[in-house]
Design a protein around this ligand. Structure first.
Ligand code: PEP
Ligand code: MG
Length: 324
């Protein structure tokens, strides 16, 4: 099986019936972009930029410091696309330099895009660094935790401000940068038909989407029985999001853990997911697995799963054991 996977490491991702898919990597540093390419990724679907902000101690990273890291990350991709997520702090991710007050409900509180839209200078600094780094290859920008269309519009406004500033300052920037959002809040799923008209791509964040759909903290062991991407409600959220994306003519990816769950991949293929962003070590084996799957058959599987009522029923169909 190992040799079998090796043959797929640097191949294109294709199902047995010839449908082209994309296997991207989740990374958290410029260095990891290099190993992701060695593992055969066709791009990076999630570059978690937060690490720059944790590591920065009492000081926030400057535009220059961020630019160097993003530019290196983009260069390390050697032409492959890279989706950099703007900083996703708060929740359980603490940023010392921001000196944030503790929230009573951190996951429902002041985090991610909510901080960026309040701390505009911080956000604009990051967007400026990204626009500059985009000249080194194919950079896409993704906003996390979008809950409303108003937030998306505001984030795009800051992006255009940053762009306008750089142009006026005669600083070279990427000609075109695609903008996308993470779909990880149920309100965004419900609004996905309209959100899809305002962005270039979606990426579903199942780690958060699962916790928000089921109102079950992703880190709390006492509610771990509820927290599962096998839950039918989560699957319906995913199905709805992909459908909205495709109706609007944009691609839909996934960068939560679920995208790399081998038992779940046939379902995701059946629902029409375009891009799977996973830990890069998993790529050769996933590509080999997809090459053995027919989309046609996966579609029948998805239709069947969408009629199920419980997580256990879904698990028994997808894994054949009732375990997930
Ligand atoms: C997610 O929520 O699924 C996701 C990919 O983001 P993170 O795990 O960084 O919150
Ligand atoms: Mg998330």
């Amino acid at each position: 099986a190992r040799d079998d996977c090796e043959a797929y490491r640097h191949a294109r991702t294709r199902t047995a019936d010839g449908r082209e898919k994309l296997l991207y990597a989740n990374v958290a540093s410029a260095e990891e972009c290099r190993s992701a390419c060695q593992n055969g990724c066709e791009g990076v679907g999630l570059f978690r930029s937060e690490f720059l902000f944790y590591q920065s101690g009492e000081q926030l990273p400057t535009e220059e410091a961020q630019y160097r890291v993003y530019a290196e990350a983009v260069r390390n991709m050697q032409g492959r696309p890279i989706i950099i997520r703007t900083f996703d702090a708060g929740g359980d991710k603490k940023i010392p330099a921001l000196k944030l007050e503790a929230d009573e409900n951190p996951f429902l509180g002041y985090r991610a895009i909510r901080i960026c839209l309040r701390e505009r200078t911080l956000f604009k600094t990051q967007l400026r660094a990204l626009l500059r780094a985009g000249r080194e290859g194919t950079l896409r920008i993704m906003f996390p935790m979008i809950a409303t269309a108003a937030e998306l519009r505001e984030a795009k406004e800051v992006f255009h401000e940053a762009r306008g500033e750089l142009l006026r300052e005669n600083i070279p920037i990427a000609e075109h940068v695609e903008l996308g959002i993470m779909i990880e809040v149920p309100s965004a799923v419900m609004m996905s038909d309209l959100l899809a008209r305002e962005v270039d791509f979606f990426s579903i964040g199942t780690n958060d989407l699962t916790q928000y759909t089921l109102a079950a903290d992703r880190g709390n062991k006492r509610v771990a029985n509820l927290y599962s991407h096998y839950d039918p409600a989560v699957i319906r959220m995913i199905a709805h999001t992909i459908e909205s994306a495709h109706k609007a003519g944009i691609p839909c990816g996934m960068c939560g853990e679920a995208a790399g769950d081998a038992s779940y991949v046939p379902l995701l293929l059946g629902l029409g997911l375009d891009e799977f962003s996973v830990t890069s070590r998993a790529i050769p084996a996933l590509r080999a697995a997809m090459a053995r799957l027919r989309e046609e058959t996966c579609r029948e599987l998805a239709a069947r799963v969408l009629r199920l009522a419980t997580r256990e029923e879904v698990a028994s169909v997808l894994t054949g054991t009732g375990e997930d």
